[in-house]
Design a protein around this ligand. Structure first.
Ligand code: 1GP
Length: 244
């Protein structure tokens, strides 16, 4: 079964958890360790990437190391056109829909298109939208940040992603954000959206994970919590358990 179908199947049965691993922050060994421990804690998918630039060689190495420690599907979550590896199982072929810079809307995608297509890797089209405070990705991606309670703009962006044929929409507060996006906004988007909604950024406690899932998020992503943990398993397990 391809990765997208696995995501759909899992999200039909319950809430999905994805662990974001950034090898630029965690190193190769640390990345492999996080993948292993996150798998033990019950995460469903590994996202490989982030907003720090990595070369294809580094991505190759990181994916290999991660795959040597887990059987979970590894999905590239690219910050630029160079962040690609054939060693992953799929790539989120994404556009930062509220960027004011065409680089993040379409230029990286154009640069990477032939490589991705000819690699044979599964490509999953995804709309990516960034909310306040946005953190590094908001700044680097030159996002016109969506206000924390701006339900109407959020709905329009999410629906634009869907009507453009994107298969997922990712609502992001920014990695390391002091708080996640608003539950009211998630609820409103879910009233209209027919594609799975991913929420990430600032999720650190079982309570917030549950709040986001109760509001309607189909998939949640955590990154920082595992990155900073001394014991990755113990930091992730309660969060993942809380959404089951
Ligand atoms: C970043 O949403 C993810 O794209 C993860 O955010 O690092 O805050 O968990 P955190």
């Amino acid at each position: 079964m391809n990765v997208y179908d696995q995501i759909i199947k899992k999200s039909e049965k319950g809430k999905v958890h994805m662990t974001l691993i950034d090898p630029a922050t965690s190193g190769f060994e640390g990345s492999a360790n996080i993948a292993h421990e996150a798998g033990r804690a019950g995460t469903d998918f590994i996202l490989l990437g982030g907003s720090t630039h990595l070369t294809i060689k580094e991505m190759d190495e990181a994916a290999l190391r991660i795959k040597s420690k887990t059987e979970l599907p590894v999905i590239i979550f690219p910050g630029s056109s160079d962040m690609f590896t054939k060693n992953a199982d799929a790539i989120f072929f994404m556009s930062l829909l509220n960027s004011k810079d065409r680089e993040f809307l379409m230029d990286h995608q154009v640069k990477a298109a032939k490589l991705v297509k000819t690699s044979g890797i599964e490509s999953i089209p995804m709309g990516y939208i960034i909310f306040e405070p946005g953190m590094t990705v908001g700044r680097v991606g030159k996002a016109m940040l969506i206000g924390r309670e701006d339900k109407s703009l959020a709905v329009n962006y999410a629906l634009a992603a869907e009507l453009l044929g994107m298969k997922l929409v990712y609502m992001e507060a920014g990695s390391g954000a002091p708080s996640h996006i608003s539950a009211n906004v998630i609820k409103e988007v879910k009233k209209y959206s027919s594609i799975p909604v991913i929420v990430g950024g600032g999720i650190r406690t079982p309570l917030s994970a549950k709040e986001i899932c109760n509001a309607g998020a189909d998939i949640i992503v955590t990154g920082t919590i595992a990155e900073q943990a001394v014991d990755v398993y113990s930091s992730l397990k309660p969060i993942i358990d809380s959404i089951r």
